[in-house]
Design a protein around this ligand. Sequence first.
Ligand SMILES: [Zn+2]
Length: 77
Amino acid sequence: MKVNCPTCQSEVEWSAESPFRPFCSKRCQLIDLGEWAAEEKRIPAQATQEELERALPDIEEIEAMLAQQGDSFFRDH
Ligand SMILES: [Zn+2]
């Protein structure tokens, strides 16, 4: 079974091998979670991977921000 990544629309296999499903990657998961906090850096829904690379400032920054907020819904494990 396959689903489309909500962030970049890539096909994602819905299995244990895709830990970030329905997102294709941790990057896309973070983009989705971080969008609300980065209005000015809004990512087009149909953005390509290259566009995401350019539009997304810094994954570490978003991770740090989420950590600071103590979001319990976002976990690595
Ligand atoms: Zn994706």
